[in-house]
Design a binder for this molecule. Structure first.
Ligand code: NAP
Length: 332
């Protein structure tokens, strides 16, 4: 496993991070098996992963609770990253979505953050969080100025409740404003070989300013592992059925992806690795990328993904994979 700095926080985190959205279960992931989730976290930690990313919103606290159970007795071995700003206890904030029977709001106001931090610490069974990230930016009508959010987060840092502050899903302008109001160690956003938009702005910006980047959906929620064939049907409530977010899952687009993956068989043979590992290694090798978050439903997936942290691809192969992905064009 390779380890890289989380910006200027002084924290060193594994290049492959364990993503735990799926651990929360619920409609979006068609449930999750807690015993298997606990095994996945065990295997991840035993395989050199120390970065675990979660959020209160993943299963309404369930993902955090499972992680709290899994890391008991070895808290010091983990770089624990959670988030704030998705709120469902009452209707403070700006409406975001309705899921699992709950109205969810975005609120980055100190009032709700003060409750959220205590809830996360309790669920994670810890007295500090290594990386505390704003999940989504504040929005109208109940907009909270970044200055107010950051003043509160910096106070949490001074109190030792969090060690570093990160942001997620922000524009460059928002990131600049966050940085103008305190220390920002990391930025988390969607990035994969099929979703390269951050190469135009966020990735170079973060590289220039020494901000760690935590990429998400880099396996395109399993599509890039090769396991999603033409016959795989997802429940309509699952996130993978959301065509706006996951256009490559549409049956009209899937064959192109599957053909590209088929062509990479010579690479998986050359490196003696799986497609998931090849794709993770490609992602970790891109300019500006420091950490790749990989969701794992099972212990086998977690172990396989962790091993990609030791895989280095030759420059010609990295370029070839990019060319293949670019040749697919945009999804319909
Ligand atoms: N900040 C944000 O707004 C945001 C948004 C999205 C994600 N994230 C974070 O980023 C993490 C990663 O994103 P993600 O979980 O959505 O997507 P992902 O990592 O691209 O995909 C995870 C899914 O891929 C499949 N998978 C993973 N490894 C595999 C392997 N080795 N072999 C076969 N299948 C494998 C599993 O699917 P099955 O379930 O079918 O087994 C797993 O649930 C999340 O868990 C979360 O921590 C953050």
């Amino acid at each position: 496993m390779q380890y890289r700095d989380l910006g200027n926080s002084g924290i060193s985190a594994s290049v492959v991070g364990l993503g735990t959205w799926v651990t929360g279960g619920g409609e979006m992931w068609h449930g999750a098996d807690d015993a298997e989730s606990l095994r996945a976290i065990d295997v991840a930690l035993d395989s050199g992963i120390n970065l675990i990313d979660t959020a209160p919103a993943y299963g309404w606290g369930h993902s955090e609770t499972i992680i709290g159970r899994a890391i008991r007795g070895r808290r010091d071995k983990v770089v624990l990253a959670t988030k704030c700003g998705m709120w469902w206890e009452d209707n403070r904030g700006s409406f975001h979505y309705h899921l699992d029977g709950k109205d969810t709001f975005i609120s980055l106001h100190p009032d709700t953050l003060a409750i959220e931090i205590e809830n996360s610490l309790r669920r994670l069974d810890t007295d500090y969080i290594d990386l505390y990230q704003t999940h989504w930016p504040s929005k109208e009508p109940d907009f909270t100025p970044i200055e107010d959010t950051m003043a509160f987060l910096m106070k949490l840092k001074d109190q030792g409740k969090i060690r570093a502050i990160g942001v997620s899903n922000v524009s460059i302008e928002q990131l600049e404003e966050y940085r103008a109001n305190g220390d920002i160690a990391s930025d988390q956003f969607r990035y994969s070989i099929l979703y390269r938009a951050p190469e135009a702005d966020v990735l170079p910006y973060c590289a220039q300013h020494g901000i760690a980047t935590l990429t998400y959906m880099s396996l395109e929620q399993g599509l890039l592992t090769g396991k999603v064939g033409m016959d795989r049907v997802f429940d309509p409530n699952e996130f993978r059925s959301n065509e706006a977010w996951n256009p490559w899952f549409k049956l009209v687009n899937r064959p192109k992806v599957l053909a590209m993956l088929e062509g990479w068989k010579e690479l998986t043979e050359k490196y003696n690795c799986t497609l998931a590992q090849l794709v993770i290694a490609w992602t970790a090798a891109q300019a500006g990328v420091t950490h790749v978050l990989c969701g794992a439903r099972t212990a086998a997936q977690a172990g396989q993904n962790a091993a990609a942290g030791a895989l280095t691809l030759e420059a010609a192969d990295i370029a070839r994979m990019r060319n293949d992905a670019v040749a697919l064009g945009n999804p319909e």
